[in-house]
Design a protein around this ligand. Sequence first.
Ligand code: HSE
Length: 444
Amino acid sequence: MKPIQVGLLGIGTVGSGVFNVLARNQDEISRRAGRGIEITMVADLDVERAKAVVGADIQVVNDARAIIANPDIDIVIELIGGYGIARALVLEAIAAGKHVVTANKALLAVHGTEIFAAASAKGVMVAFEAAVAGGIPIIKALREGLTANRIQWIAGIINGTTNFILSEMRSKGLDFDVVLREAQRLGYAEADPTFDIEGVDAAHKVTLMSAIAFGIPVQFDKAYVEGITKLGAADIKYAEQLGYRIKLLGITKRADKGIELRVHPSLVPSKRLIANVEGAMNAVVVQGDAVGTTLYYGKGAGSEPTASAVIADLVDIARLHTADPEHRVPHLAFQANTLADAMDTLPVLPMSEVVTSYYLRLRVADQAGVLAKVTGLLAEAGVSIDAVLQREADEVGGEGSTQTDLIILTHDTREGTMDAVIAQMQALPTVLAPITRIRKEELN
Ligand code: HSE
């Protein structure tokens, strides 16, 4: 069979990886796909650099639309990123009848509904394994391997930059700013790391997983997003003393009233495997009713790990290219005509309706009755305490200190209830600084 022809938009780190892995493993990949897979055109603004990567046999252009206009191209790989020109080019490629492979989580989390509808109308595939957790085949696992299951929850470390920062803060006792600068120096963190450290990148990824797990449209605008910029070294230390590690988790969960969709720092028991995922590695835990708990671990970024996911999508498309569109795996795993209806039965819940447990740190005056007052407010609100840790004042504020840290772990409660009781505690004259609240996930 004639090789399937691929056009590549953007040949940076991931694009080069795709080119290199495809060239290196061409024979093996062709035997798996049942036909050859050839990149025949590359578009990049830096034509000379692109030529240096791909050599003289491949046509390099600086206009992505020349690839979309080429009738011989079957698949367009979009590796430009962002939601501006990338959105326009993906929609134009679909309109031209091309299948699309993309690593662009931001684009799909925000514009996925429009893009998947356009692809379904045109009978083409949009594949995005590389958009979530880089080289880990988590999209494949959710869309296909776990298809028998009613998924109950997913919790993932799906941003390597923040996991590297948190790992360094814990192991070296350093503050956030210091480690961020080190991460930038080592090339883990972008020059503008906002999307990573504010949790936005992880929220894009968990939004995609949520849609596939529960059969709902992608709804990034309803995700709760909180990053790691306010985490202090003290909280990481106290969490460790209580048997927990702090991780930035992307969580989506089937609850009684709907779907939880959230990204925030979370205390995780140190004994859980996912708590021990360190450095820039990613890991995702999926809980299904039939399979139980499953764990997926690997590199969430980087040239060849991400290329591994992009090429897996190319092989899938090569295999299914001639199949009746009705018999392909739906983009979001569930049949497209069932997604919108599911929004009534499975609405994404506001954060006030999320039920979880909490770590609270209060800087308090070290005097009689303070602990009783604080725990009294929790009791009145019906919030049950799991553990309390109080440090000696000297240890916290130096010799002769009249202040101390009070750390409280709670059992599960509704976030709205916790918001109200934190406001009451904050108003106590003996509470001397803004209260730190970090959510806690037992993941059992
Ligand atoms: N910036 C991401 C991370 C990789 O740090 O994990 C691409 O999604």
